[in-house]
Each structure stands twice: as C-alpha cells, then as structure tokens.
Design a protein around this ligand. Structure first.
Ligand code: GNR
Ligand code: NI
Length: 176
C-alpha cells in the first residue's frame, strides 16, 4: 500500500468531472486500498479519487469513531438513487480545503448504488454523518466542493486564503 498526496484547492483538477470505472479490477482495488491508507493517515472520514489526482469515479469512506472498529467502504461509480425530503445541516470540512469548515445543508438520508471491490452491484442506505460524507465524496466526482454549497462570500474568503497560503509556500520552496 502507498500513501498518496492530497491536492489542495484551488486546483483545476478538483473542478473536473471524473470518468466511470469500467470494471473493478486489481488496479482499481489497489487504488482503493491506497486511498484508504491516505485517508486514515490524514484523519479523514472520506476521500475521492480526484483528490489524489485520479479522475475516476472512486470513493472511500469510514465514519467509525476512533474508539470503534474500522468500517471501511470502497465504492466505484457511486450514485444517489434516492434522497430524503428532510434535510440536515452538518459542519463540513475537506482534506482539499484544510482548516476551513462551514455548515452545509444536504438530504438527511440517501440510498446509494455502487460497485464494490468485487465488482458486484450493491446498495447502501445511509443517514447521519455517513449520508453527509457519501454525498460530499460523490460531489468531488462531479468537481463540486462543499464550499460550492455555501454563500459566495464565504466561499471566496476560503478560496482566497488557500490561494494566499499556496503562493507563500511557493516562495518558501523557491531557491534563494
Ligand atoms: O474528513 C472529512 N470530514 C468531513 C466532515 C464533514 C463532512 C464531510 C467530511 S469529508 C472529509 C474528508 C474529505 O475531504 N473527503 O472528500
Ligand atoms: Ni472533501
């Protein structure tokens, strides 16, 4: 297994539409495993392939608390096939928008259809934080970040701060 680098916004690779997986084969399984390792190392509860520079419709999720056993989910081509009318607000964060958080409103529960690591079609009924996380990850596959669900004022503030941080880091990394 290998830990991958996580892309931080603003970056055009986070704004693109990811391609469906044709078949979950060994290469896809390896990527799914590397993504889980990367997610755990970053203390995240989800990760989408575009965040590690792979424009394929693959996500991993584990919303188990630290004191619980791991509950890893690995999904290819995840699709919301039902969503509740009731919505809920959750304070979201994103490994591609480090240290920024905002309230996002989404359907409280969803049913998701996907391919598992055996290339079998499965469905997942998700509510609470799992529903929030899976919707957040599927958004990444369509080039959507949680800041795209909040006011443009807050969004621009967060993106500007991250842009500034990137410029500063580029200066620091440049030879004197
Ligand atoms: O680690 C993460 N925490 C989180 C918290 C609330 C709502 C969504 C998330 S997903 C995020 C990891 C991530 O960026 N996944 O794309
Ligand atoms: Ni994210």
């Amino acid at each position: 297994m290998a830990k991958l680098d996580i892309i931080v916004a603003p970056d055009p690779r986070l704004k693109r539409q990811a391609e469906p997986v044709k078949k979950v084969d060994d290469a896809v399984r390896r990527l799914m495993d590397d993504m889980l390792e990367t997610m755990y190392a970053a203390n995240g509860i989800g990760l989408a392939a575009p965040q590690v520079g792979v424009l394929k419709r693959i996500i991993v999720v584990d919303v188990a608390r630290d004191d619980e056993d791991r509950q890893p989910l690995q999904m290819a081509n995840p699709e919301v096939v039902w969503e509740s009318e009731d919505a809920r607000t959750y304070e979201e964060g994103c490994l591609s928008l480090p240290d920024h958080y905002a309230d996002v409103v989404r359907p409280e529960a969803v049913k998701v259809r996907y391919l598992d690591r055996e290339n079998e079609i499965r469905t997942l009924d998700a509510d609470d934080i799992l529903a929030t996380c899976v919707q957040h990850e599927i958004d990444h596959l369509d080039g959507v970040l949680f800041v795209d669900h909040i006011s443009s004022l807050k969004r621009n503030m967060i993106i500007k701060k991250l842009q500034k941080l990137k410029k500063q880091q580029a200066v620091e990394a440049a030879p004197a």
